[in-house]
Ligand binder design. Structure first.
Ligand SMILES: NC(=O)c1ccc[n+]([C@@H]2O[C@H](COP(=O)([O-])OP(=O)(O)OC[C@H]3O[C@@H](n4cnc5c(N)ncnc54)[C@H](OP(=O)(O)O)[C@@H]3O)[C@@H](O)[C@H]2O)c1
Length: 280
């Protein structure tokens, strides 16, 4: 069956690669971006492609974009909530506005688009919501307090949303890429905290330089990301959590092992608070 995809942030990077792969698989694609022209530039023209302008921080725009998508293709089978950016820096150096903007895009924007698409998927009694988190949504990294917190929120939202919508035949997958060679760490995407506090100079200095040096040097190949997402989305029972990149798998394994060891170490005290006479 030909599927219809609705993808945010599809004018470049991982979103554009997913759109390209879905088109190559013969599916319909509603590729949205802050500028519809960037989609046309990245993906060209096709009868199966609808390029729409959509800034996910706009309160009304997702509803309008979803209505236009349904008018054109009649349904939405796969939503890819991909739009996002990385705010890097020391938490104390971030402004109130930095915090709000990070969450408006990575969390509230993603929820807003999901709310616009859910009525369509409920009517269909089918659908697949794919939310772009990050390995930074499972594991802590240096200078990632705002970004990591936003992606932990995406993870929490996704696993809980899955329970709300399972009875409608709607699946949810939270995707956690490792480091991919996109514009993610490029000045065109990444933002750094501005209010420098000299006490943090040592903590921040080498790490910030390392991130800058890592831009466009990452392990993950975006051209292989799109096909992996299309293959994952074709599964009869898609995964709840999908790690992408061998680095992501290793980071997650190490984190799970460390958490499990800590849980074992503290288990006796953890379990010491139970009532003795509770029903089993
Ligand atoms: N690359 C990595 O290493 C990596 C790792 C883990 C997770 N991720 C996640 O993967 C997703 C895609 O990142 P990427 O690597 O492709 O980075 P990218 O090349 O910087 O692309 C980011 C995309 O998000 C879009 N975007 C940002 N703010 C938006 C807004 N308010 N409304 C609509 N679109 C917006 C950008 O649109 P414009 O072109 O208009 O700026 C761009 O298309 C993000 O959610 C990111 O957190 C990436």
């Amino acid at each position: 069956m030909t599927k219809t995809w609705f993808i945010t942030g599809a004018g470049r990077g991982l979103g554009a690669e997913v759109a390209r792969s879905a088109l190559a698989a013969g599916d319909n694609v509603v590729a949205t971006a802050r500028s519809a022209d960037s989609v046309k530039k990245a993906l060209g023209e096709s009868d199966r492609l609808l390029a729409l302008a959509l800034d996910v921080t706009d309160r009304e725009a997702p509803k309008e974009a979803v209505a236009t998508a349904v008018e054109r293709f009649g349904r939405i089978d796969v939503l890819v909530n991909n739009a996002g950016y990385d705010h890097l820096g020391i938490f104390e150096e971030a402004s109130e506005e930095d915090i709000e903007t990070q969450f408006q895009t990575n969390v509230f924007g993603l929820m807003r688009v999901t709310r616009a698409v859910l009525p369509v998927m409920r009517r269909q009694k089918s659908g697949h919501i794919i939310n772009l988190s990050s390995i930074g949504g499972k594991v802590a990294f240096d200078l990632c307090t705002l970004y990591g917190t936003s992606k932990f929120a995406v993870e929490g939202f996704s696993v809980n949303l899955a329970k709300d919508v399972a009875s409608f035949g709607i699946n949810v997958t939270v995707v956690s890429p490792g480091y991919f060679r996109t514009d993610f760490l490029d000045p065109s995407s990444v933002r750094f905290a501005g209010n420098r506090i000299s006490d943090y100079d040592e903590v921040r200095g080498a790490v910030e330089a390392a991130y800058k040096d890592h831009s466009h040097q990452q392990l993950g190949d975006p051209q292989k990301f799109g096909p992996a997402i299309v293959e994952m989305a074709s599964a009869a029972k898609p995964p709840m959590h999908f790690l992408v990149g061998s680095d992501a798998v290793q980071f997650a394994r190490d984190e799970i092992a460390a958490r499990s060891a800590e849980m074992d170490q503290w288990e006796k005290l953890s379990a010491s608070t139970d009532h003795q006479n509770a029903a089993a």
